[in-house]
Every structure is written in C-alpha cells, then in structure tokens.
Design a protein around this ligand. Sequence first.
Ligand code: HEM
Length: 126
Amino acid sequence: MNSNLSIYDNLGGEEGVRALVEAFYPRVQKNPLLAPLFPEDIRPVMEKQYMFLSQFFGGPPLFSEAYGHPMMRARHMNFPITVERADAWLECMGGALAEVGVEEPFRTFVLERLSGPAYHFVNTPG
Ligand code: HEM
C-alpha cells in the first residue's frame, strides 16, 4: 500500500476495481442472507457497483456522472437490510479483496472504509 495514493490507485485503478466487483458478486449470490435480495441478472448491478466504488475509493466520479447524487442509503431503502446482512456483505467483500490479492493491512483498511456505509444502510431490525 502506498499511502500517498487513493484506495482506487492502490487497488490498481479500473482493472483492480473491476476484478474486485467480479470477485464480490459470486459470493453475494452464494450467500443465503444476501442472494434473495438480488436479481438473477446481476450484470447491471455489477456495473453500477463498479461505477460507485470507483468514485468511493477516490477514482473518477462515474456513478454521479451517470446517475446523479448517490444517495446510497435511500437507494437501499427498498431492501430489508439487517445488521446480519451488513455483516454478510462485508464478509463477502473481505473474501473478494483477499481473492484479488489485497493483503493486510490494506485489506482491513478498505473494509473499515466500507463498514461505515454498510451499517448506515441498516434499515430493518435483525
Ligand atoms: C449493508 C449490506 C448491503 C446490502 C444487503 C445491499 C444490497 C443491495 C441491493 C439488494 C441492491 C439492489 C440490487 C438491484 O438493483 O436490484 C443494492 C444496490 C447497490 N448497492 Fe448495496 N447493499 C449493501 C451495502 C452496500 C454498500 C456498503 C455499498 C457501497 C459502499 C453498496 C453499493 C450499492 C450500489 C452502488 C448499488 C446500485 C444502486 C443503484 O441501483 O443505483 N451497497 N445493494
């Protein structure tokens, strides 16, 4: 990890964020708590996540350019998100980060950045 660079650049830019998203969604689709929330055709969700994470990690603001203000909590309101689902989401992301070769301590650093939004999206009692 080079602390002078953004998370986006540390992950390897476009290629790295794409690889991360590709590693993440198969885990989501296999997770019994998460899978039922997602559509069978996961490709459009992957593309949006690629765009969002690029900007969240300090890369180009692809999501906002295409869809306007992210308002991510609001965009998740249609889905019953419990603490258990936030844990499961972060667990899938931890696995995906490991799969694409992101090593400690950077892996935990990235997960900590994502855990703020993940628990903020909880909108349903467990
Ligand atoms: C806390 C656990 C989470 C759950 C259970 C969850 C679940 C979902 C679901 C069901 C969708 C909609 C899929 C569809 O289009 O049908 C979605 C969309 C999305 N999620 Fe999450 N999510 C979680 C956390 C996060 C986090 C932490 C981020 C990013 C930091 C994120 C980023 C996104 C993005 C960018 C979209 C696409 C939004 C759009 O349609 O414009 N999610 N999520």
